[in-house]
Design a binder for this molecule. Structure first.
Ligand code: GLC
Length: 550
């Protein structure tokens, strides 16, 4: 149905663009489809085949109801919810942060027993994402809207590290609300990397912000927020940081160590999969929200070109399966010119021993990093799940990632979902790569630790690929421990059996991640908020040796 009030040039409905066609995206204008109807239709068509008719019947579109105390999931089901759900909601609400009376986010951890607060009393952008999704899925969008607007305001601050001014578009890693009980005023302090350990700006924050803005829009049907000049400018500023021309020969984004969830030195500098997958997802999300006015059009053109190049690069050079591993094993080196097969001059001798045993005949994944003569073969969960959700992975690749998870359950999931990366690094390698970081010893924290927050991304990926039974298995594991252990931030050990050495308790994203996973399984239509459909145009038939000329 056409919406009569909107000027044509500003129209670009989310539901339409999700299965966007890149060539069409350039010749706007397009018509806006009536919001509510399109959501319902898409939700249903997005559902994967892993659901019974009964389960699909339970799927519903979000209403405007706001249950402040009662989680919607209680009301919806006739069966008893797991007792952990009520406790999780209570803990999530306890973590809410208010600014001048309005909820604006959730703190990272509410761990009063811990002596060291560090910055866990702040609202982290990446940590708030699962909280936001939980609130959206429960029909409480206000806190999400306030968060998006507050962080947008913070983006406008001047940011400096010593005498160096950061880019305008940088979003904060975290912020803190300071209450003055005497003057009865609230003020905000934000961190853009200038006080963070290692002084690294959070590259992921801006991407998560865009992804969350789309989730809010998709869930509420409220286009008025993303269409404000402020939000449009915010999106453009974030993207200007990544779409500017420089010396790059690759469409991937060059990053420093510690610029994302893995916010310490862990050898993920270069082109980490986490950032590339989030970059791809943010580009696609932005495409669905940018207005087709003069400024917007310029960006849309750049985004479309970048998406083409990025998906090609990632699907070819980051993808590893049995065949590809065997090809790399047999690579010649020192090749020159366009005909080179081993384009990045990867030395077969640099393939670590573990990967030969790890790689199943069926299955595959996006490796951690690819740059000249350096391929990081480690598996990273977040990047691979986001690759599925954003459709950076082709349908075949998505299936292969799930196959790998099934085959390597013990290694990647073990007793606590989900390993942040696999395997860990130890001994001499640990010394060199982490700089002797005592927090990142083997099978701990970012170095092969298990992070319950990743459950929501795994569940979403399972739903999207039609394998909800995998998510159920992971949720069962979580339900046997998490609550009893007071919702730790991470677990240690090869199987993820031990509560992490320095793990916070009542870590908000562990709590929210569980709730989101539960709500998505109960009502798979929620997946539409954080899933983007594949674009057929970006799925070229690939000849390995011809990429530079394509
Ligand atoms: C740790 C994590 C980071 C998270 C922060 C707050 O620094 O590495 O990803 O955002 O804690 O929970």
């Amino acid at each position: 149905m056409e919406c009569p009030k909107e000027p044509l040039e500003s129209q670009c409905s989310l539901s339409e663009i999700d299965d966007f066609d890149l060539t069409r995206a350039l010749d706007k204008p397009r018509l806006k489809i009536e919001r509510k109807r399109s959501f319902d239709e898409r939700s249903m068509s997005e559902l994967s085949t892993g659901y019974s008719r009964h389960e699909l019947d339970m799927a519903h579109s979000p209403g405007s109801r706001s249950f402040v105390d009662t989680p919607l999931s209680y009301v919806r089901n006739s069966f008893e919810p797991h007792p952990m759900v009520a406790e999780a909601w209570e803990a999530l609400r306890r973590s809410m942060v208010f600014f001048r009376g309005q909820p604006v986010g959730t703190i990272a951890a509410y761990d009063h027993a811990s002596e060291e607060v560090l910055n866990y009393d702040q609202v982290f952008v990446r940590d708030f994402v699962p909280s936001a999704l939980a609130f959206l899925m429960n029909g409480e969008p206000d806190i999400v809207k306030n968060f998006l607007l507050k962080t947008l305001q913070l983006q406008g601050w001047e940011k400096r590290v010593d005498r160096f001014k950061l880019g305008e578009g940088v979003m904060p890693a975290s912020f803190k609300v300071l209450h003055d009980p005497v003057r009865k005023t609230d003020t905000i302090a934000a961190d853009f990397g200038e006080t963070a350990i290692g002084r690294v700006a959070p590259v992921d924050s801006g991407f998560w912000w865009i992804i969350l803005l789309r989730a809010y829009t998709k869930s509420t049907g409220d286009l008025t927020l993303s269409e404000t000049p402020e939000c449009q400018r915010g999106i453009r500023l974030i993207l200007s940081l990544c779409l500017s021309e420089g010396f790059d020969t690759f469409p991937t984004l060059l990053c420093a160590d510690g610029c994302s969830m893995v916010d310490r030195r862990m050898g993920v500098y270069g082109y980490p999969i986490e950032i590339q997958a989030l970059f791809f997802m943010a580009l696609k999300s932005a495409l669905s929200m940018l207005k087709h006015d003069e400024e917007g059009r310029e960006f849309i053109e750049k985004i479309v070109k970048r998406l083409h190049a990025l998906s090609f690069h990632m699907r070819n050079y980051f993808w590893l399966d049995f065949q590809q591993l065997n090809d790399i094993y047999r690579y010649k080196t020192e090749e020159y010119s366009h005909t080179a097969v081993n384009k990045f001059n990867v030395m077969p001798d640099s393939i670590p021993d573990w990967v030969f045993d790890f790689m199943p005949l069926r299955g595959g994944y996006f490796v951690g990093n690819v740059s000249p003569a350096r391929m990081d073969f480690r598996w990273f969960s977040l990047g691979n799940c986001v690759a599925i959700l954003s459709s950076l992975a082709t349908p075949d690749q998505s299936m292969a990632i799930m196959d790998l998870l099934e085959h390597r359950w013990e290694e990647l999931v073990g007793e606590m979902p989900l390993k942040i990366c696999y395997p860990c690094i130890e001994s001499h390698e640990w010394r060199i790569v982490t700089g002797c970081d005592p927090k990142n010893t083997r099978w701990s924290y970012h170095n092969g630790g298990s992070w319950p927050v990743l459950l929501w991304m795994l569940t979403a990926a399972c739903i999207k690929t039609g394998r909800p039974q995998i998510a159920r298995r992971a949720i069962d594991l979580i339900e046997s421990r998490l609550h009893r252990d007071c919702w730790p931030e991470y677990y240690d050990g090869k199987l993820g059996r031990y509560v992490g050495k320095q793990a916070r308790k009542y870590q908000t994203w562990s709590i929210a991640g569980y709730l989101v996973a539960k709500m998505m399984l109960e009502d798979p239509s929620h997946i539409g908020m954080i899933s983007l459909e594949e674009d057929k145009q970006m799925n070229p038939v690939i000849k390995r040796s011809a990429s530079w000329t394509c």
